[in-house]
Design a protein around this ligand. Sequence first.
Ligand SMILES: O=C(O)CCC(=O)C(=O)O
Length: 277
Amino acid sequence: MEPTRTQVTDWLRDYEEQGYVVLEAILSADELTEIREALDRILASSPTGRNEFEGLQTQRIYTLVARGKVFERLVEHPAVIALVERQLLPGYLLTASQAIVLAPGETPQPVHTDDSFYVIPRPRPEISVSTMWAIDDFTEENGATEVIPGSHQWGDDQLIDNYYGDDSLQLPKEYAPLLEPLVMLAGSCAVFAGTLVHRGGGNRSKRVRTAISNQYCEPWARQQENFFLSIPRDQVARMTETLQEMLGYSIHPPFMGQVTARDPKKVLDPDFDNPLK
Ligand SMILES: O=C(O)CCC(=O)C(=O)O
């Protein structure tokens, strides 16, 4: 359902002040069931993470957008889009799409920001906007994402470089009291700036904590996931035009993204005549 103008104004105020906003319980029970069933089918054959950052007791499913219509719809959720389109330029892209399932015993992730690999001095506007959908209730005990409110405005001098899961690096002790867990009901979605300092919490409960994170970036920024290579073209051709554009089948004016001087969407036509063949 489309959010009202008042809702969007309130969300934007929180997002801009704190660097994040929680959209409470915006998925229905039926939608949650459909998502959980689709995830269960994939999780059975999904490995655990390769390092502290991915989480050694965490299963991640990458390129989630291409693993079921229900995940396509989530990327285009109107409440999320209402915020993303007010933060990023027209033609914004999907940069990452994944499920993150923390098993009991998982330890806290290293603190990081989601757009640190765009090496541009801070403070600066975010180059990406992240979402964290709670598919299970997020609690302090089960590893709710932890954020430092207001840290989206920090400069480089306030950040400590422990982004990439180097487990020799500990949480700087001055960060610890600032971290706040995003406690929220299943079906809620936290939307936060790529510049916000955060981490996945530790799971001290007896059950898994399931989340989905779709991330969006400026149309001129390189995407984290290379969707051109991962998603077969005939599958992209069956997606909505908006989603095709978010995956990168679009032009950022005047000509970023062109394919031999043509619109990349033409490549989705089975009769596309590739001059290089
Ligand atoms: O799982 C979470 O709560 C956060 C994960 C995260 O921030 C990431 O992997 O970039």
